[in-house]
Ligand binder design. Structure first.
Ligand code: ATP
Length: 628
């Protein structure tokens, strides 16, 4: 597929605190042709990643201009299915082997009714011998190749890569660029940003697009760059790396202005053979008025307005199809049209159904959770130790009528434990996970809803089990009189508080897009805020806002539910070893706290409602973030 862009601008604005708007890509034009390996070069901060993000659709907010595919305005949905974006960071699912990661990608992405040739792709990428290695143990170059391999399973005709060589040594960098060159030679359009390639590496690229301060200062064949600079009076010294030379020129604003004018901000394409305008008159569009005639499942006849050609639709034919055979299908420039045709005929957004995505993602998440032995071990020790500590502090105290304040401390302590244990996990883990999910979602692996559903379900078994272990230890060590209903309610309250807290952590993570440090502040304050608000419960005059906050604080609901669980359910009067114990009768304590009209089930239902609100916020937050 040929990509064109006209008068493309990309404006960014810092959100929190809101900063001034800044145009980072300034009305550039350009054209990237199929079968070509294109390097977007420029000094740091020139706008390379921004241009790549805008072109790939990875960022859509703040982008203006015309984006064309094969000369026609592009259909974003179709384009997204036809392209893939590989981020600078190697975002790979942890705790899976190369083969497992590949199989998940193949199950999610391979066209319906077909089997992606995972083994052949791994072979082609030189990863077959590492197929049983865990993804986090791969070297930098292998990670990069795996990132490419994962996207190759549905054989997209366009690849965008953000700095694929960053952090790699010279040999690995060359290997990586060779792989990209091979992908391009197979008929794909491969566009990547690159810092300052060595001269030998630069030669491997077919086309170079140089940016400086958001302007295009060169576009054309790699071989035509030095002659172009010579013609504008900036000859590259002998034995000087042309990439270094042009980047050095960008340090002088006058040169940037002059070069940008010469190349008409990307409207001109400097060819090693002949010079031609980058954007030809709309003759292209005439040629692309096509009609499809399908003879059989494999062959498609495409009639262009003035010529006729026939070729095979790229189609996986079971595991016997090799990447080479796929490549040969793509090696015809026209095959991108066949790809588009194939994608157009499949109107669904993903290759798999909602249920398939949900079950594949759930299986992947469960596998990762159970393989995280260290994490599981830490969680187990944390729950047992905290249970024993709390049990020791309040040992056999639950039946002592003289210890009213200790009873309350126990309830508050338990709720804080459940809240803190769960709130920090998503806040710390989620920002990293979101990047990975964004990449996979953007590359059309799956939708947000099945991901979110799988995320919610996958954590439950382990979380509930550990909470029950904790509850059992505390319940019996503190000596709360046993009854089945009370014990069930006790475990239920703990689990619901932890789910609400987790929902809050997810909401903080996805709505505010905060990184670890900033997230700790609000999330750490939140439970205390809940308790502080609870303190107002004893006051007579509660301001309206505070009242609303109090009623909607899951910490408060948790404490009320916990008190009602321990002292409710027809509990007999507590032992009293003093002359008089005012709070020996559970009803007196409940009345004193002004919660005699509440019920455990109502508080649990309220917490579930709060959890639902938090989870909805985080779901919407994700959707909004992924759509801009
Ligand atoms: N979301 C954003 N908010 C504010 N500024 C931004 C945002 N995105 C990019 N920028 C700014 O836009 C400019 C271009 O950024 P970009 O990441 O595209 O540069 P780059 O050429 O890829 O740099 P590098 O090679 O160092 O990665 C930079 O000055 C950067 O600070």
């Amino acid at each position: 597929m040929d990509l064109e862009f006209r008068n493309l601008t990309y404006t960014v604005q810092r959100r929190l605190p809101r900063g001034p708007k800044k145009m980072v890509v300034k009305g550039v034009d350009g054209r990237f042709m199929s079968g070509q390996l294109v390097a977007i070069m420029g000094p740091s901060g020139a706008g390379k990643s921004s241009l790549l993000n805008a072109l790939s659709g990875y960022r859509s907010g703040g982008v203006t201009g015309e984006l064309l595919v094969n000369g026609q305005p592009r259909d974003e949905h179709l384009f997204q299915k036809s392209s893939c974006y590989i981020t600078q960071e190697d975002l790979l699912q942890p705790l899976l082997t190369v083969r497992e990661a590949m199989d998940v990608a193949a199950r999610l992405k391979a066209p319906r009714g077909s089997k992606a040739p995972s083994e052949e792709i791994l072979q082609e990428m030189g990863l077959l011998e590492h197929q049983h290695t865990r993804t986090d143990l791969l070297s930098g170059g292998q990670k990069k190749r795996l990132s490419i391999a994962l996207e190759l399973v549905n054989n997209p005709p366009i690849f965008f890569l953000d700095e694929p060589t960053s952090g790699l040594d010279t040999v690995t960098t060359t290997q990586c660029v060779k792989v990209l060159k091979q992908l391009a030679r197979q008929g794909r359009t491969v566009v990547c940003t690159i810092h300052q390639p060595a001269a030998s590496l630069l030669e491997m690229f077919d086309q170079v697009y140089v940016l400086a301060d958001g302007f295009c200062i060169y576009q054309g064949d790699t071989a035509a760059m030095v002659p172009f600079l010579h013609t504008v009076g900036l000859p590259c010294p002998r034995h000087h790396n042309p990439a270094d030379f042009i980047i050095e020129l960008t340090e002088t604003p006058e040169f940037v202005t002059m070069l940008s004018k010469e190349i008409m901000n990307g409207q001109l394409y400097k060819s090693a053979k002949l010079e031609q305008p980058a954007i030809e008159p709309n003759t292209n569009q005439m040629q692309l008025k096509i009609s499809y005639q399908t003879d059989d499942a494999n062959e498609t006849e495409i009639i262009l307005s003035n010529e006729k050609c026939t070729y095979k639709v790229p189609k996986f034919e079971g595991s016997s199809a090799s990447v080479s055979s796929l490549s040969s299908q793509l090696s015809n420039g026209n095959s991108s049209m066949a790809w588009m045709k194939m994608q157009k005929s499949d109107s669904s957004e993903y290759s798999t159904t909602f249920c398939e995505q949900f079950s594949i993602l759930l299986a992947r998440m469960m596998k990762q959770i159970f393989r995280n032995k260290q994490g599981m071990c830490i969680q187990f020790i944390h729950h047992v130790m905290c249970g024993v500590l709390i049990g020791t502090c309040f040992f056999n105290m639950a039946n002592d009528g003289t210890q009213m304040f200790n009873h309350l401390k126990l309830c508050v302590g338990l709720v804080i434990f459940f809240a803190y244990t769960q709130i920090m996990v998503p806040v710390l883990v989620y920002p990293v996970e979101v990047k990975l999910v964004k990449k996979e979602h953007f590359n059309c692996w799956y939708g947000i809803t099945p991901y979110y559903a799988a995320l919610t379900v996958s954590k439950l078994p382990v979380q509930v089990t550990f909470n029950i272990i904790f509850c059992t230890i505390v319940y019996f060590m503190t000596g709360v009189p046993f009854s089945v209903i009370r014990f069930v309610a006790f475990c239920l309250v703990g689990n619901v508080v932890s789910l609400a807290a987790e929902g809050m952590g997810l909401a903080i993570g996805s709505v505010f897009n905060v990184t670890n440090g900033c997230a700790i502040g609000p999330s750490a304050i939140a439970p205390f805020l809940g308790i502080a608000i609870y303190g107002f419960d004893f006051a007579h005059e509660i301001p309206l806002m505070m009242n609303i906050l109090m009623k909607t604080s899951f910490i408060r609901c948790g404490i009320v539910a916990m008190v009602l669980t321990i002292f409710g359910f027809d509990r007999q009067p507590l032992q009293c070893d003093d002359m008089y114990c005012h709070f020996a009768k559970p009803e007196v304590l409940i009345k004193y706290l002004d919660i005699e009209h509440s019920s455990v089930w109502l508080e649990i239902a309220t917490m579930l409602g709060i959890m639902f609100v938090f989870r909805s916020m985080s779901y919407i937050g994700l959707r909004v973030r992924f759509s801009t």
